[in-house]
Ligand binder design. Sequence first.
Ligand code: ATP
Ligand code: MG
Length: 597
Amino acid sequence: MSANNDKSSAAGAAQTTNFLKNIIEGELAEGKFAGRGWAGVPGERSLHDAASADPAKIRTRFPPEPNGYLHVGHAKSICLNFGLARDFGGVCHMRFDDTNPEKEDMEYVNSILDAIQWLGFSWEGFGTQHQYQASDYFDFMYHAAELLIERGFAYVDQQTPDEMRANRGTLTEPGKDSPWRNRSVEENLRIFREMKDGKHAEGSMILRAKIDMASPNINLRDPAIYRIKFAEHHNTGSKWCIYPMYTFAHPIEDALERITHSICTLEFEDQRPFYDWLLAQLRDAGMFSDPLPRQIEFARLNLTYVITSKRKLMQLVTEKHVDGWDDPRMPTIVGLRRRGYTPEAIQLFCERIGVSKGDSWIDYSILEGALRDDLDEKAPRAMAVLDPLKLKLSNWDALFGAGHAEPCTAPVHPHHPEMGERQFKLTSEIWIEREDFQEVPEKGFRRLFPDNMARLKYGYVIKCTGCEKDAEGKVTAVLAEIVPDTKSGTPGSDSVKVKGVITWVSASEGMPVEIRLYDRLFTEAQPDAGGRNFLEALNPTSKTVIQTWVEPSLANAAAGTSFQFERHGYFVADRKDSAPGKPVFNRTTTLKDSWAK
Ligand code: ATP
Ligand code: MG
């Protein structure tokens, strides 16, 4: 998909559907969840069925693995899960999916919680904090495994991994039953308990669900549900040496938390029959009750010019192609935030792209468009010069007296007079943009060239008289004269008509600053498509640091505040590197999409 960011396409995108809303509306109308008990904490049927009716109309969950920083793809999932809960009077659970005994880092846990709150969401609902970790459910999962064994729906398989692979079959051929498939319930229980007690070596056996080795869906060919792993777990320590497989653990986590809608990305579509099979078995065994959670898949976010694989993002950081996880060029939530993205813009973006079942690519300009639409209304304006060239007003001293500084005012926001005015001063020497002067003007050029007049924005009309150059012929200063009685806002100021308006900053009054001009991190729309090396598509000019001058009012810019630098785009005072009275600015985005073809 490709789209641009003009208002008409934004309006078109706003009509994109969220098919999940239709599903939920239908279910609520049918009363599917009415009377469902909720005990206030996760648990089995006995607990929930004895409790009063759930005040939450629906329950969704956001279940990240705490093994990296969240990125813009996760933001879509967050807006979806927390947004649906908000819109339908429900709750979204924050669940850390930490059933893998791999090293978990508190740095990631905290950054995930921060990111969700920053995006404007919360896991509080009906007086309870719904923050959970899947590893707290290991006892329940173990119980579920024994229930399956007891009912003849799971067995310990001692085939070698190679034998298992060979006997799994293919898409066109059915699999073959394991020689261990028909063990008795007693034998299965005994050996599974031995596995739990650490009596068997890693890799020597696994517990499998007993479903159908001839199923056309390979995921139903007796999937593995528990494996032996002698590993310390950050939460449960050395209590366990067997760990559940993700596909077994996830439905149980959902059911324990009485999740109504388990929303996931399309790659789990083929797992849905197992999800449903498992929960139906456990319901029949008395562990859970209807309505069981329902898995619904949606298309993950693919964004052009952006990589959303944690592993590849990690590589960018560790190989120092960027300056950390929160580098303003990173698509991580911390990166977007530091770049100047607002939570409102990210939410708007997620609404505009909608939710669908079909995989597609979203154009990066839609994300930038959402940001421009959000900031245009609220960002204070300021003047900054990005490519400074000195301009000398040669009749200044004669008109005003040497050293005079002329006060000028401008609205903080052109459409919001209530935001007040900004004050700055015009002096005999100012900085202008180098591109605003042409000694020999090209056709149609309206700004400064000898004998032409242009207006200094919020100041006087000036007339260009020439320029100064260095030995190489490079222009080092533009010379001009004030045209008297033309100051903006004074009577008769528009008696002199000019076609060009120039932004400027006083050389003596302006504030020197560092500005980082960020651009897209990759030059290719699909940098990692087809397995290619995404590092080859890195944009060598994705970061340019300049030292220049800005309007003095910006000295008070608080870290994290966004501005529109007139004619240049949106800039934010960097959260990390700004000091009081000495902000550093990041360019968030230009005013128009400079990449549009
Ligand atoms: P990665 O493959 O980058 O490691 P992941 O999917 O393994 O990502 P998790 O921490 O398991 O990351 O994801 C948490 C949730 O975010 C999951 O429900 C997942 O479906 C969702 N999610 C991850 N990436 C995207 C994406 N690009 N678009 C939409 N949802 C996503
Ligand atoms: Mg994952």
